[in-house]
Design a protein around this ligand. Structure first.
Ligand code: NAD
Length: 379
């Protein structure tokens, strides 16, 4: 069985879908692995390291893909990138399934069997395959590091003969995987940390990291979690109360990290222009929800802008800014997912199409989109 790893061609992507370590594990299970020359450059993995791990290095993506059984991806490929793949080739990665339905249809029509790891069920058995978590964790860390670098002051309290520096006040909005890592990082750097979320389960997690939980804890809040553990979209009345609470606290914050998201929906708007105006000059907002439209009304996706004296960072694809670690974890996630589809005895693919993890992530098969969230059919 041949696994192909080509360069990621989308702009700004430095990650790669396999590491020398994951290649070694695939080869030890009897898979043949081919890597396009230079595919690991952005993540500091050299061709030589892949070769040493047992991969073949290919100069051309075209020949690499022509006889692939499985293609591992960081992001959804364009149809022409995988145009040479045989029908039935498995393409596995993050496919941006809510935004890219038309492009996914094109891949389905090519006869590719596409899996989107964003749809991975959040069950214990699948944790080691969870790319959303591995990447969000790094994004939460990096957002604090980048915001701290833009903040013209120190974060921890310092008592010096020349005077006292007060600890920076940092608010994290959205305490999922990214938010919890942002809280932990901000605490390690000596900040005084506050956090908000709409899911009641977040309160204990926030407090266990030593941050103060700030939220409107009414009846709606108590029921604001779906069976899958995600946040629900809140009512207008709740949003109004939440906005009042945020505007009371935000004026006193030096840094704000926003991570609030609801799968398949635009990012909730949590910070308006008046709230930005109320912040002290030199404060920093890092909007990790920039790709979903932003939690802050003034975020410019992909850029850093200064508005009313506040720096607002809207960088996209933050995990790619830590490409080596992000790729290493992502590659492990993909290896674990691929192991589920592989039979070690026959050294060939053996997919249980009824498996919850397989069913949950399968987007297309036999020329058509099959996932209920894309076809609109109830499960
Ligand atoms: P996410 O990236 O979808 O969203 C980030 C956070 O934003 C969430 O905590 C969400 O509640 C919050 N949010 C949404 N709307 C908000 C609003 N209006 N105001 C404030 N906050 C708002 O979240 P995620 O990191 O993917 O985690 C979502 C859930 O999945 C959590 O319950 C998490 O514990 C769970 N999870 C489970 C596993 C597993 O394998 N079992 C793995 C990862 C995450």
């Amino acid at each position: 069985m041949k696994v192909a790893i080509a360069k990621e061609r989308q702009t700004g992507e430095a990650r790669v879908s396999a590491s020398p370590d994951s290649v070694k594990k695939m080869v030890s299970l009897g898979m043949t692995v081919a890597v396009e020359s230079g595919a690991g450059n952005g993540a500091s993995f050299s061709d030589a390291a892949y070769k040493e791990a047992g991969a073949e290095i290919s100069k051309s993506a075209k020949t690499l893909l022509a006889d692939a059984d499985v293609v591992l991806r960081v992001a959804r490929p364009e149809a022409d990138e995988v145009g040479d793949c045989p029908k039935g080739t498995l393409v596995i990665g993050q496919m941006n399934p809510y935004q890219e339905t038309k492009k996914l249809e094109a891949l389905a029509k090519q006869g590719l069997t596409v899996f989107a790891l964003e749809f991975l069920p959040r069950i214990s058995r699948a944790q080691a395959m969870d790319t959303l978590s591995s990447q969000a964790n790094l994004a939460g860390y990096k957002a604090v590091i980048d915001a701290a670098a833009e903040y013209g002051r120190a974060l921890p309290m310092m008592m010096t003969p020349a005077g006292r520096i007060n600890p920076a006040k940092i608010m994290v909005m959205g305490a999922g995987v990214a938010g919890l890592q942002a809280i932990a990082t901000a605490r390690r750097l000596g900040g005084r940390v506050y956090a908000t979320d709409v899911r009641p389960a977040a309160k204990e997690q926030v407090e266990s990291l030593g941050a103060e939980f700030v939220a409107v804890e009414d009846e709606e809040f108590k029921a604001a979690e779906t069976a899958g553990g995600y946040a629900k979209e809140m009512s207008d009345a709740y949003k109004k109360k939440q906005a009042e609470l945020i505007s009371e606290s935000i004026a006193d914050m030096d840094m704000v990290i926003t991570t609030a998201q609801i799968p398949g929906r635009p990012a909730p708007r949590l910070i308006d222009e008046d709230m930005v105006k109320s912040m002290r000059p030199g404060s920093v907002i890092f909007d990790l929800a920039a790709e979903g439209g932003g939690n802050c009304a003034l975020t410019q996706p992909g850029k850093m802008a200064t508005k009313h004296g506040v720096k607002i960072i809207g960088y996209q694809n933050v995990p790619s800014r830590l490409a080596a670690d992000a790729s290493m974890l992502y590659a492990n996630n993909l290896f674990n997912f691929l192991s589920l589809l592989y039979d070690k005895e026959s050294k060939a693919l053996k997919v249980d199409w009824e498996d919850e993890v397989v069913k949950g992530t399968l987007l297309s098969r036999d020329g058509a989109l099959v996932h209920s969230r894309l076809t609109g059919r109830a499960e």
